[in-house]
Design a protein around this ligand. Structure first.
Ligand code: DAH
Length: 342
């Protein structure tokens, strides 16, 4: 065996030995550079080729190339092995212990107003009503004029209403949705319209500059006050319990004639009179009436053919009643410790 052949064999063995011992991919790369790199040990053999007689050079070249192939093969094998090992180590490190107790999540809670609104919607949808919404920023015309509320009406005063311009305002009631839906001319109508309303009121236990109402409107042929009474009686019984009685007291609203306010028998004392109903036995819950013929006309409906009833409920009012909360401000503070009770 020639000097050269021995040297190449030795290099091959040394490289194989080093590769076998390589503990990681970095080390393997170092080995590659030191044996096969431009200034590597094996390459240096080729560089000393000038000392080899020309006729032996192809032979030496072949040994070197064979050795390179063997070393590269070993390296590839080891590289695969080390990579698999690295991957396994990572999988092991990232292993999830599914038996650990789960982290608790803080869930929110339905606001009592939302729960009551959903209940009211369920009751009316169950009677075939549609739920629709109108704009919170409204024209004076819809909020007042088309509802038969004259220019000198106290509700129009700046003390009560937030005006944006002379004829645009934050709606003071959900009743303008009545005019909007009637104008569309698709009859009959059976709808409720819940939403936010605004009045220039100081905050106290029963007032807020922003609160919610639920408007109701039915327009069809042959609707009578008996339909209104029957509907609202069913509503009160479903919301406050089957023993609830209703009482209709004459009242005035510009857009209904006749108009009434509805009281329910106190569901705390059953009507005998207690602190909850302030000794009255009755609690007021809403306003209602038969839609005024002039309102129908202004909205393009012939009052000789069609008629109907309307009602407006204060959402906060019935929420406070239903959950026996005595201060409206609690509904707006959104303290979860408070909300969680309902
Ligand atoms: N919009 C009235 C208010 O805010 C409530 C109301 C009363 C609505 C009678 C009606 C109704 O639809 O018929 O005080």
């Amino acid at each position: 065996m020639s000097e050269f052949e021995k040297r190449v064999r030795e290099i091959e063995e040394n490289a194989s030995e080093a590769i076998k011992k390589a503990a990681d991919l970095d080390r393997l790369n170092e080995i590659r550079i030191s044996f096969l790199g431009k200034k590597g040990i094996l390459t240096s053999v080729l560089k000393s080729m000038k000392d080899v007689p020309p006729e032996d050079r192809p032979m030496v070249g072949k040994w070197v190339n064979d050795a390179r192939a063997v070393i590269e093969g070993r390296m590839e094998e080891t590289r695969r092995y080390l990579e698999a090992e690295k991957q396994n180590a990572r999988l092991k490190a990232e292993e999830i212990d599914v038996t650990l107790p789960a982290k608790t999540k803080a869930y929110g809670h339905r606001h009592p107003n939302t729960s009551v609104l959903e209940e009211v919607e369920r009751i009316f949808v169950g009677m075939g009503y549609e739920v629709i919404e109108g704009p919170e920023i409204e024209y004076d015309e819809y909020n007042f004029t088309k509802l038969n509320i004259p220019a000198n009406h106290p509700a129009k005063d700046e003390q009560d209403t937030f005006y944006i311009t002379d004829d645009i305002l934050l709606r003071t009631q959900t009743s303008p949705v009545q005019a909007r839906i009637m104008e569309q001319g698709r009859l009959p109508i059976r709808m409720i319209a819940p939403g936010r309303v605004f009045r220039s009121d100081e905050v106290d236990a029963t007032h807020s500059p922003s609160f919610h109402q639920i408007e109701g409107l039915v327009i069809d042929k042959g609707i009578t006050f008996a339909d209104l009474k029957g509907t609202l009686d069913v509503f009160a019984k479903k919301l406050f319990g089957p023993d609830t009685k209703t009482k209709f007291r004459p009242h005035h609203f510009p857009f209904t004639e006749p108009s009434a306010e509805v009281d329910v028998s106190c569901f705390k004392c059953g009507g005998k009179g207690c602190r909850f109903c302030k000794g009255e036995g009755w609690i007021e819950i809403l306003g209602c009436g038969m839609v005024h013929p002039h309102v129908l006309e202004m909205c393009g409906i012939d009052p000789e053919v069609y008629g109907g009833f309307a009602f407006g409920v204060g959402l906060e009012r019935i929420t406070l009643l239903k959950y026996e909360i005595d201060d409206m401000r609690l509904l707006y503070e959104n303290d979860v410790r408070f909300l969680r009770q309902f």
